[in-house]
Design a protein around this ligand. Sequence first.
Ligand SMILES: Cc1ncc(COP(=O)(O)O)c(C=O)c1O
Length: 394
Amino acid sequence: MTRIHLDHAATTPVARQVLDEMLPYLTITQGNPSSVHGSGRVARAAVDAARDRIAAVLGCAQREIIFTGSGTEADNLAIRGVLERWGPERGRHLVVSAVEHDAVLETARHLEATGAATLTVAGCDSDCRISPGSVAAAVTAETVLVSVMAVNNETGAVQDVAAIAEAVHRRNPATLVHTDAVQGLGRIPLDPGALGVDLLSLSAHKIYGPKGVGALWVRHGVALAAQNTGGGQERNRRSATENVAGIVGFAAAAELAERVRPKEAERQTALCDRLIAAVEAQVPGAIVTASGARKAAGFATFAIAGARSDVLLTALDMDGVEASAGSACASGAPLPSHVLRAMGYPDELAAAALRCTTGRSTTPAEVDAAAAVIAGAVARIRDRAGAHPAGVGG
Ligand SMILES: Cc1ncc(COP(=O)(O)O)c(C=O)c1O
């Protein structure tokens, strides 16, 4: 059975040309970038070149990029590094949005629970949009950092990060603004300077690069406390021997993602529109989530009454369609989505999220077939439960 993979927001395969660039650094070159010998210098040059390439994609200075081991680590470094460095002077208050990925939300909650920070969680509207005014209203004289994501990983909603950063800085010029742009790279234009943020997180494996590599962009002049101490790599901001092949792969993937973005954004938006129309036509009562928001290309997201996510995903998997509930980490556990909850959905619907995310290989025939599979699975699940969504026949 050929499988239809509609879970590209969870991760993506490494693109062939990305792998080709990585391979010599896995097999031939043996250098540690910190070694003074020739092999070490080759590895150092590869890391330096990769930093230049990512800087060119973002339109920033290469010294503003810190390579990390993941998007999660970049988020942790941003939040913990700013809090530790600036908290004693500027205050220990954090503001994060209610729809952040757990890498931000759980980190902020943990810091609050341990007494390291105070926390305000800013809400969103029913379309997953976070208003600049509500974020700025949460900022006080003690607010050291605000973190609001660029693209929501459960709904694809694009936040107006530039307006949020401007509103926050107007309210308190000393407050730093971080954006988790892990789902933004390759989907929307990302220029940290134009966004007006101070820190921005990225991850390679969402853009056809390898897993286990991320980056934190930090505006020149913004100091933060290292969370990995040791050999002083990454200008003392993240000690660890550099993942040379991974970093090279990240740079190749970022360039490729930026090159194909205009065409893929258009193509995948059309694919998602087609999938949404087919699901709406074939699944009575299916709600398209965040439909009023500006959405990043590649997201078709639903809440389907009477079809709990874990049950539906298992049924789809058996029928050859791979999708997810919300974030990859949450699927498998029948917990209501914190994002849909923040959007005002009752628990029953928040536990019935379906996220389909397209990729470069997705075809119109696949989305048509997936819609039919989804419709069949939902009908069977509803029939078994003897339940139909309120006010919906069939
Ligand atoms: C918005 C967002 N932030 C952070 C992460 C974590 O990135 P990584 O998997 O590289 O740790 C993800 C991954 O799902 C994400 O979607």
